[in-house]
Write a protein that binds this ligand. Structure first.
Ligand code: AMP
Length: 440
């Protein structure tokens, strides 16, 4: 296949109905991950796409799937299944499918925990073309005999690294083993940790590797600062930061559910005291809330009626609200990947964003790890206490600078796997453009 990367959706050879849907959505040109995944996916290849949320990765698999579906009247069993780590992401991916399917009746079902099992079962009985679900709930349906995978021709593992982190590996493998051998598998992941590579080696067939992780990593368009602050001064510093920034829309990340609830209460009591902040509506979201409570918070965030969200990492991944202007890491995340995912909630699709990270004495090492991970130095914010005691060693700073200058390439991923029996596949392409035009 030619290596030129498409600069327009026309070049990708999409059906006229899809072009109309894209036009309505205001998607003018494919994002890098879309430009690179869609051509391979349309030709039936297995693909490993390395990209984080916010890069348009959902459409990179939704478009080729929608382009190739059989009409429901010809096949009422699910044809494609998208596995995602969280309910929130299931809702978002489902929403993106529905938007992209505009103009062509398509049955897409969200199969996530926390939603009514009976309703899902009824929809499955009526016939569904695409299932988007969390592995646990998908397994539930398989065990009850309400979901058949016998006609699946495409499986998507979205945010594969996150699914493995959560411990979904056994469930994912059970699902993959139930899908027909002759199928297409698309794996999307922000990182390619060993576990992800192992999964890919086992279940993907000669995959094409598309790496958009480097340029898409939140850091390029997002200004990132840190504030040194003593633990007992954190809240007052947060107030000062909010007063200075008056953020149009911000997420404040805490590490624990308890800490999140406490900070939410404190903010509710304080913000109204300041004329510049009293208009801000504050909400919270954490793992203890039920699905309808979470959905309602997401809705308010999306429609702009909520300006401050205090959250745990539950929402760190997957949340897709393009208007978030500020991220505040009130507590440092547990690991560097979580940092990237938190910060990636702002600066969506190339918009400007700014992120602030609170660092206490003794946490300098974690800050340095984050800087290594993102290959960039965070800027010290003037609201910091004792700015001269920046908690980093000169050596680490030099090391990062060197890496940035050298432009270190990420670890390359060998697509050829060893020792695994591979599924032979003769006819890769399901539908030519002409066929797709006729069928949709
Ligand atoms: P995702 O990475 O799939 O979560 O997408 C992030 C956001 O970008 C979503 O709001 C999408 O609707 C939007 N989006 C996806 N593709 C494009 C595109 N080509 N042009 C403009 N916006 C897009």
């Amino acid at each position: 296949m030619e290596t030129k990367i498409a600069e327009s959706f026309q070049e990708l050879g999409l059906s006229s109905i899809m072009m109309k849907a894209l036009g309505k959505l205001g998607y003018e040109a494919p994002s890098p991950i879309q430009a690179q995944v869609i051509p391979w996916a349309l030709q039936g290849y297995d693909v490993i796409g390395q990209a984080r949320t916010g890069t348009g990765k959902t459409a990179s698999f939704a478009i080729p799937i929608l382009e190739q579906l059989d009409p429901l009247r010809e096949n009422s069993k699910p044809q494609a299944i998208v596995l995602v780590p969280t309910r929130e992401l299931a809702a978002q991916v489902h929403g993106e499918f529905v938007k992209l399917a505009e103009g062509c009746p398509t049955s897409v079902l969200e199969v996530a925990g926390g939603k009514h099992m009976e309703k899902q079962t009824k929809r499955l009985q009526q016939g569904v073309q695409v299932v988007v679900g969390t592995p646990g709930r998908v397994i539930d349906h398989i065990q009850r005999g309400t979901l058949s995978l016998s006609r699946i021709w495409c499986v998507v593992l979205d945010e594969a690294d996150r699914m493995l982190d959560i411990g979904f590996r056994p469930d994912i493998e059970r699902i993959l083993r139930r899908c027909p051998e002759h199928r297409q598998t698309l794996l999307l992941s922000a990182t390619l940790a060993d576990e992800v590579k192992e999964l890919a080696n086992r279940y993907l067939f000669e995959p094409v590797h598309v790496d958009c992780s480097k340029k898409d990593m939140s850091v390029d368009t997002i200004e990132q600062r840190y504030l040194t602050v003593a633990p007992e001064r954190k809240f007052e510093t947060l107030i000062a930061l909010l007063r200075r920034e008056v953020p149009p829309q911000t997420i404040i990340f805490c590490r624990t559910k308890l800490g999140t609830a406490k900070l939410h209460n404190q903010l509710e009591k304080r913000l109204y005291q300041y004329p510049e902040l009293k208009h801000l509506q504050i909400g919270t979201i954490h793992g203890n809330m039920n699905q309808s409570q979470r959905d309602s918070v997401f809705r308010q965030l999306r429609d702009g009626s909520l300006q401050v969200l205090v959250a745990t990492d539950v929402v760190g991944r997957g949340i897709d609200v393009s208007t978030i202007s500020h991220i505040i890491n009130y507590d440092l995340p547990d690991d560097c990947d979580d940092y990237v995912h938190r910060v990636g909630r702002t600066g969506r699709m190339g918009r400007d964003g700014i992120a602030f990270t609170f660092v206490a004495k003794g946490q300098g090492g974690t800050l340095t790890e984050i800087e290594h991970r993102i290959n960039r130095l965070l800027i010290l914010d003037p609201l910091s206490e004792q700015p001269t005691n920046a908690p980093r060693s000169a050596a680490s700073v030099v090391a990062i600078r060197e890496q940035v200058e050298i432009g270190q390439a990420p670890e390359s991923f060998g697509v050829a796997s060893e020792g695994e029996a591979k599924r032979p596949r003769l006819n890769r392409m399901r539908r030519s453009l002409g066929e797709r035009e006729k069928r949709r």
